[in-house]
Design a binder for this molecule. Structure first.
Ligand code: UDP
Length: 481
């Protein structure tokens, strides 16, 4: 039987209430809903544990807040664990994040051993994660696969754009990742060839029932925004370019400011656009305040640029701001997917996005928004200007943006794929899921012949092995082989 010791650690396990699944019918239709219920039937009462590194802030936490109630509504016992760590832990995992996204940063073995591996060890001493299915999100908790206190069929879900990952970090993580039963990526170009496990393509999603994604009339949205607009002296009648994201180097808020300043010089007389950048910082992101200060300096004394930080009533404000904006700008230099893009599009607001990571899956240049390279400030500015000056185009693109999200990126679409994965890995179905990206792996074939492999090392043995590999590593370049 499954051990339920985890329930004793209330800070680590969040039981969210189930949601009534039928409430999703207006968004996806009866047929899709019936298919989900059908898929969930044999998974009734099965435990699906999710592990990540924060309950709030960022896209993963955002999704899990909806995924858990949704699967609970289907009768699956969805659970959510968070690894706990000191500032040092989050500093080193933020480095992992940056290195995986191709930004080179110094990182030492000492950090990896003490700040990272020892913290993971500490976490698993206190908490046993047990599920029929376990999904571990992103690199922060990935190492828990090795020390044996996680039980079930365990998948790794990578939300990061790893297409240019630094060789150094990928080589460190690879032995861990290859211990999972499978890995899920947002796009095929993020999955590397040297993975020896099944890889799947699943896009993130947004929950249409959340306050943030609820539709409001302009009057309702302005009511929500009243306090914050008064506080910052924002005139709601001026056309708004909106941007929402964590204050993070890859989100390129500086690029948005540069493009907006360029656009202001060209915009038609009498329009007087303003730029509102809203942002927060996640508990697992130690760099947020430094980046915020940099952005504040770049905005300088420009009276048309407003920066909002950790706003009260966050969800309603985000949704309302997105819905009244003339356009939304999101020109990250790296982006796993960009849920903010999905959210803005769902509000019928066209997006000027960068041709990076998961953004082009959502923004289709010239039909529901515009795409540019992250540093093509002229192009970004032109996109902003077009939407500010041409209301018809804005409405037409906005409508098609919303429809694109409705058909592809709502919570039930993503959960459908997760259920298919659960059924496959729990051996309820044996047909390989259609969104599988690679063929049968060597590991799968050998497992079929000889049974599952068990990792044989203690953390100390493991550290010795990593040290030996680290010595002989060619640390230059990105890992493309
Ligand atoms: N977000 C928010 N308030 C903010 C900034 C961001 O609620 O001030 C939310 C945003 O609406 C989205 C998530 O945080 O749901 C960010 O997800 P995304 O995939 O865009 O980026 P990530 O932070 O995961 O890199």
């Amino acid at each position: 039987m499954f051990d339920d010791r985890s329930r004793k650690y209330s800070n680590q396990y969040v039981p969210l209430n189930p949601v009534n699944i039928d409430l999703y019918e207006p968004f996806i239709g009866r047929e899709a809903l019936d298919q989900i219920k059908f898929l969930a039937k044999p998974l009734h009462k099965k435990v699906w544990a999710n592990v990540n590194s924060t309950f709030v802030g960022g896209g993963v936490a955002e999704m899990l807040q909806s995924v858990i109630p949704f699967v609970r509504g289907l009768g699956i016992d969805g659970r959510w664990f968070v690894v706990e760590g000191s500032d040092d832990f989050f500093t080193v995992t933020k480095k992992f994040h940056n290195l995986l996204q191709g930004i080179d940063q110094p990182i030492t073995l000492e950090e990896i051993f003490h700040a990272y591996l020892d913290t993971i060890d500490e976490n698993t001493k206190n908490v046993k994660v047990v599920g029929h299915m376990v999904t571990v999100h992103d690199p922060q908790p990935a190492a828990i696969i090795m020390n044996g206190n996680v039980y079930g069929h365990i998948l790794w879900r990578c939300h990061i754009d790893t297409s240019n990952a630094s060789r150094r970090i990928w080589r460190f993580l690879l032995p861990y990742i290859n211990q999972f039963e499978g890995a899920i990526f947002t796009a095929p170009e993020f999955a590397k060839n040297n993975l020896q496990i099944p890889t799947y393509e699943v896009c993130p999603s947004i929950d249409p029932l959340r306050k943030k994604n609820k539709h409001r009339s302009r009057e309702e949205a302005l009511k929500v925004l009243e306090d914050v607009f008064n506080e910052h002296n924002i005139d709601p009648d001026r056309p708004i370019v909106a941007a929402v994201s964590r204050y993070d180097i890859h989100k390129n808020q500086l690029g948005i400011i540069k493009s907006f300043k360029l656009m202001k010089q060209k915009a038609a007389r009498g329009k007087h656009p303003i730029l509102i950048i809203m942002g927060n910082s996640a508990t697992d992101d130690p760099e947020g305040s430094k980046i915020y200060e940099e952005i504040k300096a770049a905005a300088g004394d420009d009276k048309d640029i407003y920066l909002l930080l950790n706003v009260k009533n966050n969800d309603e404000v985000v949704g309302s701001l997105m819905s009244i904006a003339a356009c939304f700008a999101h020109v990250s230099t790296k982006e796993g997917f960009g849920l903010v893009v999905t959210e803005a599009m769902w509000h019928g607001t066209p997006v000027i996005g960068s041709k990076v990571g998961g953004i082009p899956k959502q923004v289709m240049h010239g039909s529901n928004g515009f795409l540019a390279a992250p540093y093509e400030f002229d192009q970004i500015a032109r996109g902003m200007q077009t939407f500010i000056e041409d209301k018809n185009l804005r409405d037409e693109f906005g409508k098609s943006a919303r429809e694109h999200v409705r058909q592809n990126f709502l919570l039930p679409h993503m959960v459908t794929k997760e259920l298919i994965l659960m059924r496959y890995h729990l051996e309820i179905d044996n047909k390989i899921p259609g969104f599988r990206m690679n063929k049968l792996t060597y590991k799968e074939i050998s497992q079929a012949l000889y049974g599952r492999t068990v990792w044989p090392f203690s953390t100390d043995d493991l550290k010795k092995r990593i040290e030996a590999i680290w010595e002989g590593l060619d640390l230059e370049g990105t890992d493309q082989e």
